[in-house]
Write a protein that binds this ligand. Structure first.
Ligand code: ZN
Length: 158
């Protein structure tokens, strides 16, 4: 039901979030026109693009904005085509949390103010969000969903 149907091919080896997020380029060090994705760092033989906006969102918080899941491990992954054809893009880091059942949950970013409501693609308009919440949220707006999750949490504590 979630919008994440991609299959990822995972490369061996895991990384602590800090091993990646402590090495993001500092945008202030570069001219505005400069594409930060050109900055790469070698992780065990793979040159990884370090300027992805997702990483900056994770650096703000590793915890899902709506539930208690906290991203704790990163893997080098790349998207596999629908019919299993070879990926045509390089590896990127994906962040995962481990839920109470021991399952991995992919972490992503979500708009605070939806683009359809005039929200921008800037760092301050993004929060970290797990793919469970992202799927549950559907077309609800941010405030609505946040309220719902807070209520759920209260209920579960009773
Ligand atoms: Zn969540």
């Amino acid at each position: 039901m979630s919008g994440f149907k991609n299959n990822y091919e995972r490369k061996e080896g895991s990384y602590k979030p800090s091993e990646v997020l402590n090495f993001l380029p500092n945008p202030q060090d570069y001219p505005r026109w400069f594409n930060l994705n050109r900055i790469k760092k070698d992780y065990d033989g793979d040159l990884m693009k370090m300027g992805s906006q997702r990483y900056y969102v994770f650096r703000k918080s590793l915890q899902c904005h709506f539930c208690d899941l906290v991203g704790s491990v990163m893997y080098k992954e790349r998207v596999i085509g629908k019919k299993g054809q070879a990926p045509n893009c390089g590896y990127h880091f994906n962040l995962y949390a481990i839920d109470e059942n021991g399952n991995e949950v992919l972490m992503t970013k979500d708009h605070v103010l939806a683009k359809s409501c005039g929200g921008t693609d800037t760092l301050d308009n993004y929060v970290t969000c797990c793919t469970k919440c992202n799927g549950d949220k559907g077309s609800m707006d941010y405030e609505e969903f946040k309220e719902l999750k807070a209520k759920e949490k209260q209920e579960s504590l009773k």
